[in-house]
Design a protein around this ligand. Sequence first.
Ligand code: MF3
Ligand code: CO
Ligand code: CO
Length: 272
Amino acid sequence: MAHNRQDTIPLYGPEAFEGMRKAGRLTAEALDLVVDHVVPGVPTEKLDKLIFEYALDHGAYSADLCYRGYRKSICTSINHVVCHGIPNEKPLREGDIVNIDITLILDGWCGDASRMYYVGEVPRKASRLCEVTHEALMRGIQAVKPGATTNDIGRAIQTYAEGERCSVVREFCGHGIGQSMHTPPTILHYVENKYDVEIVPGMMFTIEPMLNLGRPEVKILSDGWTAVTRDHSLSAQFEHTLGVTETGFEIFTLSPNGYHFPPFQQSETGTL
Ligand code: MF3
Ligand code: CO
Ligand code: CO
């Protein structure tokens, strides 16, 4: 049962859903755009620049830029980086897995989404982690319907992930979203009664599980942003922004090109 306060959780109507549909679609298109650029030798700051310009060209801007002093337009989290990796001049290397997380504001509405990308061919354990993490996100989303509670999302993710011998990061969570990037409610990716609230139509939030191959603990590097696994094990994350409807959910950030999880090239051409 959900006994927690939810009177501060914003609820939204049809115009807001329409705004979020557009912002979410643009965010997903930006994630689609980088697919061809995530290759060995490319520095992550080139991806950052691409998205910065893509946003401006489409009348949008990044919610990350200047958020609490953050200086880039996207987050790029490679291998054992859990989240909030800062784009830099280092070239991507064959075998890396990288999460790209983009939050775009269009006409005042925020779309927030991330996916994993493979740099060339990646080890089987890395691709397996990415597949499990995407499946965990989708199972979490399937739990979203009026009358369920946020613990049902966390339970779906945690049960599946731990059954696949992956651990769920505790320090970061999904969040309500709308005209700001982060609003109530807090969406945990594991079961915790303290944050359990009932899901009702008109809510809008993200689900963004981070799964590790090893232990769940993370630490923050001295740049104040980069979160890494304490045991250096690989970490993966996928994120969608969605709205709660009368019967279930609407995902605002689905890829228009069907680039749901890597290898994206394979899903398009059947080669590679
Ligand atoms: N996109 C992230 C999220 O899912 C937030 C990034 S904030 C930044 O909530 F400043 F690190 F970019
Ligand atoms: Co988010
Ligand atoms: Co995000």
